[in-house]
Design a protein around this ligand. Structure first.
Ligand code: MF3
Ligand code: CO
Length: 258
């Protein structure tokens, strides 16, 4: 799973590097697919329930599952890119949101809150006892950034391994039940989707694209993470999460250079 995770990290780095005003979604999809295939991996999104792309490209008010097409990026956009790869039967799944040139203050704060929410969830996966501890931590962290930001409830993270989507659900919000126990070597995709306004969503007739109902901005960050015997290892982070884990006062991943 670490090797699959690094393929996804490479693909997302390449997409971020290529993303400029005037570049189309289809071009970015090709960048991701070629990076993935060059390493002997396969884009896990492609053909998943008929999904046409190797990435999901969700711009501004698109929360998730935007389909790459001829439309181009513009200065001031915030762009969420979600990508998955399978290598020797094992999956990696990760998402980032980044700006195209200068963006509004609220857009920058939304991205920062979402990424911080992800790492708060990762911290809870290291220190917590149940899956439910993750969502409580994500929501608390996002609320510290801006109590007006909304944590999407209609979509959640998931178990991952020899399939992209496995049990259990990994909500980004507090739940009544504690959820399954967090045990060493459990592997989860933690993926907060955060909106600037209402959490009501507006799924589109293409069957994939999900917009905010109020057309407010959305951001999405995701890592595939394994709980180890004494902490966590962010499998889709190039450094395994070492830098952030250090900042959070958590044990280093097994081998950051692996
Ligand atoms: N990447 C999404 C997730 O994080 C799944 C996308 S499925 C696709 O769970 F078909 F839209 F690609
Ligand atoms: Co996922």
């Amino acid at each position: 799973m670490r090797r699959a995770g690094l393929v996804v990290a490479d693909a997302l780095d390449a997409v971020r590097e290529a993303a400029k005003p005037g570049v189309s979604g289809l071009e970015l999809d090709e960048v991701a697919e070629s990076v993935i295939r060059a390493q002997g991996a396969v884009p896990s999104f492609k053909g998943y329930f008929g999904y046409p792309g190797s990435i999901c490209l969700s711009v501004n008010e698109t929360v998730i599952h935007g389909i790459p097409d001829e439309r181009v990026l513009h200065r001031g956009d915030i762009v969420s890119v979600d990508c998955g790869a399978v290598l020797d039967g094992w999956h990696g799944d990760s998402a980032i949101t980044f700006p195209i040139g200068p963006v509004s203050d609220i857009a920058a704060r939304l991205m920062a809150a979402t990424e911080a929410g992800l790492w708060a969830g990762i911290r809870a996966m290291a220190l917590g006892h149940h899956v439910g501890d993750i969502g409580r931590a994500v929501t608390a962290e996002v609320g510290r950034h801006d109590p007006k930001f909304g944590v999407v409830r209609d979509y959640v993270g998931h178990g991952i391994g020899q399939a992209m989507h496995l049990d259990p659900d990994v909500p980004n919000f507090p739940t009544r039940r504690p959820g399954p126990r967090l045990v060493p070597w459990c592997t989860l995709a933690i993926e907060p989707m955060i909106v600037e306004g209402s959490i009501d969503l507006d799924p589109q007739p293409d069957g994939w694209t999900v917009l905010t109902a109020d057309r407010g901005l959305a951001a999405h960050f995701e890592h595939t993470v394994v709980r180890t015997t004494d902490g966590v290892w962010a499998l889709t982070a190039r450094d395994g999460g070492a830098a952030m884990l250090r900042e959070l006062g958590l044990p280093e991943p097994p081998n950051p250079t692996l």
